[in-house]
Design a binder for this molecule. Structure first.
Ligand SMILES: Cc1cc2nc3c(=O)[nH]c(=O)nc-3n(C[C@H](O)[C@H](O)[C@H](O)COP(=O)(O)OP(=O)(O)OC[C@H]3O[C@@H](n4cnc5c(N)ncnc54)[C@H](O)[C@@H]3O)c2cc1C
Length: 433
């Protein structure tokens, strides 16, 4: 798909900048694209401003590249109830456009879906690009103009308090009648979501709830961690994996507790772990011998097993890792530690090497007072009318998606929030006129 670039580039020259657009959408993520489509379908002239050179960069990495597009929960009350603390605000928006509405729309666009565990819905194609293609194609079809490489720096208001234009970093201005802010939050800033909108909205009088910076221990689902409570591993590497995809790692010290892990490495990673939790299953891979690569660990293990061939496997392994860990590793791998080192089978050796480089720790959540969830941060919900997604402070401003302070669990709820708020804002920003 041509990413509507041609039209974008052409636009700078054809005096469109002097035009007053009915609706100006800031941010080309899922919420902004949905809003732009709905406004354009209603007959508004719509321009979408995106600072990246392409649209939906974050959307393309969702769900490990497969995009958990929504959740299949059939009951509206239950669905809205999952957004704990925000449900009373969200109901009026969700009663206009919910997961069934979004699914029906994607299906009507020729994008079949499938439901996996806990109601997580994915495109049948197993790729986020299918979702991206529907949105980009519908923007083109409905006549949304897109300006890429256009970072908004501030919103300009008149003396009545109405926004008149969006000023870009290059100094140019895009004038409009309604403005939909869809510039995202601040998780994964390399995708373009750098929390820019919060500064403009604060200037307009909105309250911005700060993103909470968690520095807390991590609770682990695997019951065996309890057996290791008190054990310190001074030199390990920990890698965060979200839905099977590696999301970053750190080296340092780790300490096992009765319910999970802590220590400097864990504490320093806890914010990233907390940010990932709403988006899927998070696992930490514990590399017990980070100084050696896979080949090096294999060499070490084989050497010990050969040298100590008449020792029991469990005693040979204790030459590589702390004794307390040996039994746990053998249990995870399902290998008999009482056998002699010389009789360890090839596949058992392979499994042990893999485990020494990556013990999986399935994350349950963050620990600590009121810190079970890293607050997403964003615009205080009481300042937005969820019937229209219009700001209660600025009459021609609409706020959608991750810019809002809505905490949600893992399972497609974040994108559903984008479809719902984007749909409602897009339709209202024009029909109200
Ligand atoms: C790794 C990861 C995996 C995820 N997986 C899932 C999942 O499977 N299911 C799910 O429901 N949710 C998932 N999410 C969450 C989901 O991606 C977000 O909730 C969603 O992208 C928010 O959409 P948005 O349109 O509000 O903002 P964003 O997607 O953040 O888009 C905002 C856009 O605005 C642009 N922008 C920012 N500032 C400016 C500016 N100054 N001027 C112009 N443009 C600007 C950005 O470049 C960006 O393109 C995941 C998140 C992450 C980080």
């Amino acid at each position: 798909m041509g990413l509507v670039c041609g039209r974008v580039e052409g636009m700078k020259d054809d005096a469109k900048l002097e035009k007053i657009w009915d609706v100006v959408v800031i941010g080309g993520g899922p919420a902004g694209m949905m809003a732009a489509i709905q406004a354009a379908i209603k007959g508004a002239s719509v321009i979408l401003l995106e600072k990246n050179s392409g649209l939906g960069k974050k959307l393309l990495i969702t769900g490990g590249g497969r995009c958990n597009v929504t959740n299949a929960e059939p009951e509206l009350r239950k669905l809205v109830g999952r957004y704990k603390g925000s449900d009373q605000f969200l109901f009026s928006a969700f009663s206009q456009y919910d997961n069934q509405g979004a699914l029906a729309w994607f299906h009507s666009q020729g994008m079949p879906t499938k439901v996996e565990n806990e109601g997580r819905v994915f495109p049948a194609s197993n790729t986020a690009r299918s979702v991206w293609e529907v949105l980009v194609r519908e923007m083109e079809k409905s006549g949304v103009a897109v300006r890429l490489n256009s970072a908004v720096q501030e919103l300009v208001s008149d003396q009545r308090g109405l926004i008149t234009s969006a000023r870009l970093v290059d100094g140019s201005e895009v004038a409009g009648r309604s403005f939909i802010v869809a510039a995202g939050g601040s998780a994964r800033p390399e995708t373009g979501s750098t929390g820019d909108a919060w500064a403009w909205l604060k200037q307009l009088g909105h309250t911005i709830i700060p993103v909470s910076r968690a520095l807390v221990p991590i609770a682990i689902k695997d019951k065996w961690v309890k057996k290791l409570a008190g054990l310190t591993l001074p030199d390990i590497k920990l890698t965060i994996v979200l839905d099977g995809k590696r999301e970053g790692s750190r080296k340092g010290k780790l300490l096992f507790t009765h319910v999970g892990v802590t220590g400097p490495t864990v504490l320093n990673m806890s914010r990233s772990i907390g940010e990932m939790l709403p988006y899927g299953d998070v696992t930490l891979l514990l590399d017990l011998l980070p100084a050696s690569d896979h080949g090096g660990v294999k060499e070490k293990l084989y050497e010990i097993l050969n040298k100590e061939s008449n020792k029991k496997l469990k005693n040979s392994l204790a030459m590589l890792v702390p004794v307390a860990l040996v039994q746990v590793l053998l249990e995870i791998a399902g290998i008999d530690g009482e056998q002699f080192s010389h009789s360890v089978k090839r596949e058992e050796r392979v499994a042990l090497v893999a485990l020494l480089k990556a013990v999986p720790l399935r994350v349950q959540g963050l620990l600590g007072e009121d810190k079970a969830v890293v607050s997403s941060g964003g615009v205080a919900l009481g300042e937005v009318d969820f019937k229209t997604m219009r700001s209660r402070l600025v009459p021609n401003l609409y706020i959608v998606g991750d810019v809002l302070n809505v905490d949600r669990p893992s399972g497609g709820y974040s994108l559903q929030l984008c479809w719902t708020t984007g749909f409602v804002a897009g339709a209202s920003s024009w029909s109200e006129k």
